[in-house]
Structure formats: structure tokens, C-alpha cells
Design a protein around this ligand. Structure first.
Ligand code: NDP
Length: 271
């Protein structure tokens, strides 16, 4: 049976744009109290105001997931206001995509790991005691199809998203006996601001890519809300990436060939 989301308290990281922003609007429409967090406070305040204008409940908390104090303050704000957190959507993240030797050691490697993986782990660790105390809760972790299939130029991004997958699976087995659901969502490409932060990456708009339209951010956000209603271990979207994931496991040589032949332009291959 689907969980009724009315009056649930939802904490969303990376809510100033893309999936996080759309998920906040959709959770609010379900009657949830939404705590939206990210670094860009004006964006969060505009989001919270527009949710309130539509009769929903939302508060904006500025924070950086790489900062432990700011993670703790975000959670304290939610707990002080509502007393508990029902749903945690760990969504903050970005991708810097290039040949490994071209990635900046700090901004592109260290920070990417800190935001996408360590930040998600630390946020979860800090929220978990409040869920364990009530023997209830739902944690939804944003990974990516790149958390199953690692294309060239995605070395660090895939490392973080594979990491999120491992963390999600282990945590699910750790806390499910205590009434807490843990789900991993693994989307393929979607139209958000993600592409503005990837850098000048060498994947081409290949002949193959035109057959795979990017999902809308709203669609992905709706699937996140669906996971809160009906928790699942794994949700890979769109469906055809499930076949690709299976292919990478059963016939990895073929998938290597497809990725190297169709996803990287000759022009942009390593000199
Ligand atoms: P956006 O760039 O639109 O959203 C990223 C969000 O993460 C923003 O709200 C940003 O807010 C936040 N963020 C980034 N760094 C930090 C930080 N240090 N602390 C707190 N918040 C941070 O992209 P998407 O909506 O597409 O991305 C959301 C998630 O989805 C990411 O984890 C991404 O890896 C994943 N994903 C995206 C796919 C896509 O094709 N778009 C496909 C599969 C997965 P701010 O800058 O204000 O801090």
C-alpha cells in the first residue's frame, strides 16, 4: 500500500535547481512540509515563497554539504521546527567530466568526491539517529546510471555514483530491520543545470545520442516522490538503461565498444 505523504517532513539537499527543486514542489503538493537546502539562498527563498504562495509549507536553509557544521545546523533547523524528519532526499551533486589528466586535483576531484559522496554520507549519518529513534523513515539517494556503467571521461563522477550505490545498498540492509527504507535512484541524462557545471567535456552529441532524449527534471522528481510513496531498492530510469546495465554485466566488451565508438568523438579523443 502506498504511503500517505500528507504532513510528512521532507529534507532535500541540492534543492536550489533541477531535481531537488522540482521534487520540493511535488512533495509540497502532496501536503509535505519541505525543508530545502543548498548554497544559493536566494534561489531557495524564491522556491520556499512560491510553495507558500500555493498554500504549501517550506523553509529554506542555506548550507554546503561539504561542511559538517552546516549539515548539523540544517538538521537542527528541521528538528527544532518539526520535531522529526520523515524523508531525506540526498540529491546535491555535480559532475566535472574530462580526461583524468585534465581534471583539477582540488576542484574537479576532491570537491566532487566531497559533495557527491562524502556529503551524502555525512548528511545521512546525521539524520539517521532521528529516524532510528522513531523506527521510521525513508532515505532516497540520488546516484546515476553512471553509478552502474562508467563511461570514459566520467572517472571521478562514476566513482562517486558507484560509491553512492554501495553506500545505499549497505545502509538499506543495516536499517531496514528498524523500519527505515533506503532507495537508490539511478537516472540517465535529464535536462537540468547539471550540464552547465560539467566543464568543456569531450563527449560528443553522437549519432547514437539522438535516439535517447533527455528526461525532464519534473519526470525524475515525480519518480522520487513515487519512491517515497512506494520504496524500492533500485530505480533505474528510463527503463532501457536497465538493459544497458544488464549488458555491461553480461557482455562488458560490447558495452566498452559502444561507449568508445559512439560516445566519444574522434575529434575529442586524447591527442
Ligand atoms: P543541478 O545542477 O540543477 O542541481 C544540483 C544541485 O546540487 C543544486 O541545487 C546545487 O545547489 C546543489 N549543490 C551542488 N553543490 C553543493 C554543495 N556543495 N552543497 C549543497 N548543495 C550543492 O543538477 P541536477 O538536478 O541534474 O542534479 C541533481 C543530482 O542528480 C546530482 O547529484 C546529479 O549528480 C544527479 N544526476 C543528474 C543527472 C542529469 O542528467 N541531470 C542524471 C543522473 C543523476 P547550489 O549550487 O545552490 O549549492
Amino acid at each position: 500500500m502506498a504511503v500517505d505523504l500528507k504532513d510528512k517532513v521532507v529534507l532535500i539537499t541540492g534543492a536550489s535547481s533541477g531535481f531537488g527543486e522540482d521534487a520540493a514542489r511535488l512533495f509540497a503538493k502532496e501536503g509535505c512540509k519541505v525543508v530545502v537546502a543548498a548554497r544559493r539562498i536566494e534561489r531557495l527563498q524564491n522556491l520556499a515563497s512560491s510553495i507558500q504562495d500555493e498554500g504549501g509549507e517550506a523553509i529554506a536553509v542555506p548550507m554546503d554539504v561539504t561542511n559538517h557544521d552546516e549539515i548539523n545546523l540544517m538538521i537542527k533547523t528541521a528538528i527544532d521546527l518539526y520535531g522529526h524528519i520523515d524523508i531525506l532526499f540526498n540529491n546535491a551533486g555535480f559532475g566535472r567530466l574530462s580526461w583524468l589528466e585534465n581534471l583539477d586535483p582540488d576542484r574537479d576531484i576532491e570537491t566532487q568526491i566531497q559533495v557527491n559522496l562524502t556529503g551524502l554520507i555525512q548528511t545521512t549519518r546525521a539524520v539517521l539517529p532521528y529516524m532510528l529513534e522513531r523506527r521510521s523513515g525513508s532515505i532516497i539517494n540520488m546516484s546515476s546510471v553512471a553509478g552502474w556503467i562508467a563511461p570514459s571521461t566520467y572517472t571521478i563522477y562514476s566513482a562517486t555514483k558507484f560509491g553512492v550505490r554501495g553506500f545505499t545498498d549497505a545502509l538499506r540492509r543495516e536499517v531496514q530491520p528498524f523500519g527505515i527504507h533506503v532507495s537508490g535512484i539511478y537516472p540517465g541524462p535529464a535536462a537540468t543545470e547539471f550540464g552547465q557545471h560539467t566543464g568543456n567535456h569531450p563527449m560528443r552529441k553522437s549519432a547514437l545520442r539522438k535516439y535517447f532524449r533527455a528526461m525532464t527534471s519534473e519526470y525524475v522528481a515525480q519518480r522520487v516522490v513515487d519512491l517515497a510513496k512506494r520504496p524500492r531498492r533500485v530505480l533505474i530510469i528510463p527503463w532501457y538503461y536497465r538493459i544497458a546495465v544488464l549488458g555491461d554485466w553480461l557482455i562488458p566488451g560490447f558495452v566498452d565498444w559502444v561507449v568508445m565508438t559512439y560516445l566519444t568523438s574522434k575529434k575529442n579523443r586524447r591527442p
